[in-house]
Design a protein. Structure first.
Length: 314
């Protein structure tokens, strides 16, 4: 059992969990740490939901009407339920549409700390640098991260704010971009630096996509209850703070990221964008620091919550 902390505020927090029978369920997390099972709460209240009450994806696709139904259930069932620390908490979207979209070099200090590891002629980009993490990289917010030194012994951390797309869109303008956001979550873009830097032609996909290297969660906070413009991002390794940044320092802000990503490319409900990491990664330290078996990696986004993943030898 993991001791899971829930911020003491009134934000609606939506999580995906597995019940005692292993079935995937959609839940509402309350500040007291209790969880309301959405489908079960609707059944007890005699309500027929307009979406599949066990599925985060169905909730997202159901739009504002589905979210309003969930808010009503949260108000009705304000007591009882399960303690979140007793549950198997899954990634908020256990099945992704496809790869996680990621943004590189989106904090100036992080760009600077990586200067020794790239072409010295590389300048700050005029457009967001996009790459992706494969679907098998997805991991739960409290599940172990696999480690295999024969594949890579340079495993690094990158805490990031995740953006969950709420509706289908293409060629979205910056002005309307935030209307396409369903909510926000935490992601750690755990990276195999040697694979990323020196193998596979300098392409990042493999070094970013090892199995289990994208813990996500612990839940989603809807966009209407979260101002992503200035929130703290923290990484701790074995309790020691390694990254302590703020989204206010993003080089490309979220509306610009969504607008550029959607140019000529359709975004779908449930797509996830990882918006870049602040400075303090392991490769930028002297000497470089790498995660190793037994390390505890904590990823915290102010106003969302904290993930805790143990590095475990495969």
């Amino acid at each position: 059992m993991t001791n899971i902390e829930v911020p003491l505020d009134s934000k609606l927090r939506l999580l995906t969990f597995a019940n005692e029978n292993g079935a995937v369920r959609l839940g509402i997390v309350r500040p007291d740490g209790q969880v309301t099972d959405v489908a079960e709460a609707a059944r007890k209240a005699g309500r027929s939901l307009g979406f599949d009450g066990t599925s985060m994806r169905a909730l997202i696709e159901g739009g504002a009407e589905a979210l309003a139904e969930v808010r009503e259930l949260a108000a009705i069932e304000a007591r009882g339920g399960f303690n979140v620390s007793d549950l198997r908490v899954l990634p908020p979207l256990p099945r992704l549409n496809g790869n996680i979209f990621c943004v590189g070099w989106n904090y100036l200090e992080h760009f600077s700390e990586g200067a020794a590891f790239r072409d010295p002629a590389q300048k700050l980009p005029e457009h967001p640098v996009f790459f992706s993490k494969g679907v098998a990289a997805l991991n739960g917010p409290f599940d172990p991260i696999p480690y295999d030194a024969e594949i890579s012994a340079q495993i690094d951390w990158e805490a990031e704010l995740g953006v969950v797309i709420g509706k289908r869109g293409k060629n979205i303008t910056e002005f309307e971009a935030l209307d396409y956001v369903f909510g926000y979550t935490a992601i750690n873009d755990v990276s195999a630096r040697d694979l990323q830097k020196t193998r596979h032609g300098g392409q990042w996909l493999k070094g970013k996509s090892l199995d289990g290297t994208a813990p996500m969660g612990p839940w989603i906070v809807p966009a209407g209850e979260f101002d992503a413009s200035a929130v703290r991002i923290v990484t701790r390794v074995n309790g020691v703070v390694k990254q302590d940044g703020n989204t206010r320092d993003m080089y490309f802000k979220i509306p610009r990221i969504i607008a550029e990503l959607s140019r000529g490319m359709t975004l779908q409900p449930g797509d996830v964008i990882s918006t870049g990491t602040p400075s303090g990664v392991g490769m930028g330290r002297t000497p470089p620091e790498w995660l190793k078996p037994g390390d505890v990696l904590e990823t915290e986004i102010e106003g969302i919550g904290r993930m805790r993943n143990v590095i475990r030898e495969a």
